[in-house]
Design a protein around this ligand. Sequence first.
Ligand SMILES: [Cu+2]
Length: 325
Amino acid sequence: MEASILSPNQNLYGDLHNLIHVLIGLCHDPDARNLETFSTIGDPATAMRDPIFYRLHAFVDDVFQEHKATLPPYETNRLNYNGITVRGVDVVSQGVPRNEFKTFWKKDDVDLSRGIDFTPRGNVFARFTHLQHTEFTYRIQVENNTNSDKIGTVRIFLAPKFDERGVNMVFRDQRLLFIELDKFTTTLKPKTNTIERKSTDSSWWYTTGGIQLLWLWMATSYAHSQGHSRRLLMPTFVMISNYDDDKINQSTEGACADAASYCGIRDKLYPDKRSMGYPFDRVPRSGVNTLQDFLTPNMFVQNVTIRFSGQTFDVQGADITNALT
Ligand SMILES: [Cu+2]
């Protein structure tokens, strides 16, 4: 899909994804006779503004899934973590019912001074309104039935429960829609453990929470498209995998390490030995038709509601819903 300078044979591996961006981006002046530059899809900063971006990326996903379909499914011995059982998962948030994500509008300022083509004397702020969610904490109950400390990788995902007709999704379709909300390592003492993890510590968290926010935004948009205006039920999936099978022997210090799921760690290996998307990146083992069929004892599913409150908060965080006309 995308050779890099590390690929042993760049011509053989090709660069399908990037070259389609370039192909479409220059289609209005393919032999450069008018000295035109590329259009929106040619630059990562603007590519998503072109509707064909989504067709291109769906195509890239499809090619990748064709490859994944040739790999053997994960059998339970490559999913389970012997001795580790996840007993319960809750999402808790102040002033919000348990197992609910609350979303609302938030005003914020962004400094555009580095992106404009004159030299400003100071900052150039633009105020915009975006979707935001209240901070929340995952509370995960885990039993370690061995008699020593165990290290695990906690993997948290969100997925739709229903398809566009409101019917429960089958696993072979649903697995392609799981999105990672967080991933971190934890030490499990013998017997019972309660893991608490804040949304602001997420491996996808990015200053004001861009990426995680994007997922919740997509989920809320999906809710609207489903006609469940302002309210959507989604399974939150938690898995604890064996860190012995996950770890990369390197220091985890480095640029971008706080959002490592998103961008890796600069000049280091990707900090997870498992394939990206694990455990949902391969076709399921035989006999698995639903998410419930897929579960091994080290996994747990909690249905969580995403509720859009309709409120708007200003830059300082004051509720200005009723001040708007
Ligand atoms: Cu792309």
